[in-house]
Design a protein around this ligand. Structure first.
Ligand SMILES: Nc1c(NC[C@H](O)[C@H](O)[C@H](O)CO)[nH]c(=O)[nH]c1=O
Ligand SMILES: CC(=O)[C@@H](O)COP(=O)(O)O
Length: 172
């Protein structure tokens, strides 16, 4: 992949957020698991190793496809609130790969709008960890598979921690 200016630089060590008291949910699809699985692994390992989230506080739930991500995230967020064990942030992970019909476009739009809605409706940060790829190579590279690749889930984990801190702000 070309070296460009784009990308999310991690916070400097003096600004790094301690996630040891955070509870994080990862909702992931089974569709395109060859790519999804390394993304889930990257997110989990980053949360634990880089942000001190306790392994028992990284909850993982698998569902069929990306279209099911918004509902599942919303339902589990509300269920966790009822159990008095709220999630500080959620990461939705899925991979959409363009096929030969317009299905891709409809799913991408529905999932994008749906995940944004869950953020607002539940007042819980839900990170958009959905790759919307035109081909398999694009997906593999963004899961850290292959030369000059980068696992985007590393960035999603850092975003989840930063947004969990935002969620903790009660007065401003
Ligand atoms: N084509 C992809 C799908 N399609 C399945 C839908 O997400 C959904 O599960 C189905 O329409 C039933 O509601 N899902 C992906 O995650 N990735 C794809 O490339
Ligand atoms: C993202 C999709 O829904 C897509 O993979 C489905 O493929 P097709 O458009 O060939 O049915």
């Amino acid at each position: 992949m070309d070296k460009t200016i784009k990308g999310l630089k991690p916070l400097s060590d003096d600004l790094k957020i301690d996630g040891s008291n955070y509870r994080i949910l990862i909702v992931h699809t089974r569709w395109n698991s060859t790519v999804v699985d390394p993304l889930v692994k990257g997110a989990k390992e980053t949360l634990i190793n880089e942000y001190n989230v306790k392994e028992e506080n990284v909850c993982i739930y698998g569902i069929p496809g990306a279209y099911e991500l918004p509902y599942t995230a919303h339902h589990l967020i509300e269920a966790a609130k009822r159990a008095d064990k709220p999630f500080n942030a959620v990461i939705c992970i899925g991979v959409l790969i363009k096929g030969s019909t317009a299905h891709f476009e409809y799913i991408c739009e529905a999932v994008t709008q749906g995940i944004m809605r869950v953020n607002i409706d539940t007042d819980t940060p839900v990170i958009f960890g959905v790759l919307t790829c035109l081909n398999e190579e694009q997906a593999l590279l963004r899961a850290g598979i292959g030369e000059n690749s980068h696992n985007h889930a590393i960035d999603w984990a850092g975003t989840a921690i930063e947004m969990a801190k935002v969620r903790s702000i009660k007065e401003f």
